[in-house]
Design a protein around this ligand. Structure first.
Ligand SMILES: Nc1nc2c(c(=O)[nH]1)N[C@H]1C(S)=C(S)[C@@H](COP(=O)(O)O)O[C@H]1N2
Ligand SMILES: [Mo]
Length: 466
């Protein structure tokens, strides 16, 4: 193990161990799907990381690893890295509603049945999709402290009580959507790397908390003092085995603008946050991709650069469809912030038999756009786009000022199906306040991580005439 420890960088070559095997993975580092995260295991054991990122424990990965084997750990040292380590990192995971369908259990990732979304303008807390990258941390509310520090602020440490009492509570209705929502439609075109999300990795809730701009001002930062090019970095209290937290950042100009309605939320739909959704405090960054809405918020810092987190720098970015894992350069693409306009049919589901009444079938779903752009129209078609019909926006956020509509809308409608047809493909597309609309085909927006999947949503149904 001492010898392994001397091989912790590319210059001296990268070694790591797994079980009793010693591997020289120098030539694999560049090809690692998880990017530079592989270097966390350099010069030591991969075991604790693989316990966390259980995707590795699969036959094809183990086979690949074997190609790099250069020796064995001395028998008396096998497992010695575990001495003093606590047991199962997943032992303290919360209970979850059985209706949530997991795409992964450790870390826990799950979405509700899509039909449920279209029936509730506010998604029930227990049925709101969960996207975790690490074990859920156990946070004691009595000893919780939120640290605020960095460029242009004086250090501030806030207890949960202080956050609640010293700052005016603000409630915003905001949709959170994962960058990987609808990824499985992208994988259907060509394989992508990532969890296989359907179209329910999205939810809408009211969030109550302190305005981030108020907290930054209390730390001495004035709106106009926001130097351009700076960033506000969020750190979670969830950490990997090397103690690196989940993290993400947003530009400082965005963070200090009260009209962006960014809050440090402690309530979701009027209830204290649940553990899965970030208890006791999470960042809510309306109109911005889920990944920046950091849960279990432990630290906010103002920095000259973006968060150095893997999830800010080497993930959650878009690329053109011809970029593959050999050519991708994550440093060349901007981090996803505001999401593009998107919509989905939540009912019926693909494969359902639906009743035709007066030549039409019923359908319903959600539509949303990032950046506060209200959805102004939802169009449906059942004849491949030959004719389009406007759906009715049944639930919206009517009072949101222009450019600050953070909430999705629910829609429903009836669409004429071709006479005599036994089956139909139902299509939906939404248009936002900037007249941005969804692209027709997923093929031309395909990307290797399967993010930003917002082509027309299509559902194949059988028709029953009554
Ligand atoms: N600390 C922390 N914050 C996090 C994450 C995480 O793993 N750890 N996941 C992010 C991602 S990718 C998404 S999509 C949202 C999901 O929020 P939810 O689980 O409350 O739906 O949380 C974000 N905030
Ligand atoms: Mo996400």
């Amino acid at each position: 193990m001492d010898e392994v420890a001397q091989h912790g960088d590319m210059k001296r070559r990268v070694w790591l161990t797994y079980n009793q095997g010693v591997y020289d993975i120098t030539d694999f580092v560049k090809k690692h799907p998880g990017g530079s995260a592989i270097m966390m295991g350099a010069g030591g054991s991969a075991d604790p990381f693989w316990d966390l990122y259980a995707v590795h424990k699969e036959e094809h990965v183990l086979k690949l690893l074997e190609q790099y084997r250069i020796g064995n750990v001395r028998p008396d040292e096998v497992g010695s890295h575990r001495a003093g380590m606590t047991d199962d990192p997943w032992a303290a995971e919360p209970r979850r509603h059985p209706a949530l369908r997991p795409s992964a259990r450790t870390p826990f990732n799950a979405e509700p049945p899509p039909a449920l979304l279209a029936d509730n303008f506010l998604t029930p807390n227990d049925l709101f999709y969960v996207r975790n990258h690490l074990p859920v941390p156990t946070v004691e509310p009595a000893t919780y402290e939120l640290e605020v520090d960095g460029l242009g602020v004086r250090g501030l440490s806030l207890s949960l009580d202080q956050l609640k009492k010293n700052f005016k509570p603000v409630t915003v209705t905001a949709t959170i959507m994962c960058a990987g929502n609808r990824r499985s439609e992208m994988s259907a075109v060509k394989a992508v790397r990532g969890l296989s999300w359907g179209h329910a990795a999205v939810g809408n809730a009211t969030w109550t908390g302190a305005r981030l701009s108020d907290v930054l001002r209390a730390a001495g930062l004035e709106g106009d003092a926001a130097a351009p090019g700076r960033h506000v970095c969020f750190e979670g209290l969830d950490t990997d085995p090397s103690n690196t937290p989940y993290g993400a950042s947003v530009p400082l100009e965005v963070a200090t603008d009260p009209r962006r309605d960014i809050i440090l939320a402690y309530e979701m739909n009027g209830q204290p946050l649940s553990r899965d959704h970030g208890f006791p405090v999470r960042a809510i960054v309306p109109g911005v991709v889920g990944a920046r809405n950091v849960k279990w918020l432990g630290r906010i810092s103002v920095s000259a650069e973006e968060s150095t987190s893997h999830w800010q720098r080497s993930d959650y970015k878009g690329f053109n469809p011809s970029v593959d894992w050999d050519t991708v350069d994550f440093s060349k693409a901007p981090a996803i912030q505001e999401l593009p306009v998107n919509s989905a049919i939540c009912w019926p589901a693909s494969g359902d038999t639906v009743k035709v009444k007066d030549g039409t079938v019923a359908l319903k779903g959600y539509a949303w756009s990032g950046g506060g752009r209200r959805v102004v129209r939802v169009d449906v078609s059942a004849d491949g786009g030959a004719t389009w019909h406007e759906a009715c926006l049944t639930a919206t956020e009517p009072t949101a000022p222009a450019g600050r509509c953070w909430s999705w809308c629910l829609w429903s409608g009836r669409v004429p199906v071709p006479a005599g047809a036994q089956t139909a493909q139902l299509w939906v597309k939404a248009t936002d306040a900037s007249y941005n609309t969804q692209p027709e085909s997923v093929k031309n927006i395909w990307n290797l991580r399967g993010v930003l999947s917002n082509a027309y949503h299509r559902v194949d149904v059988k028709l029953k005439r009554v």
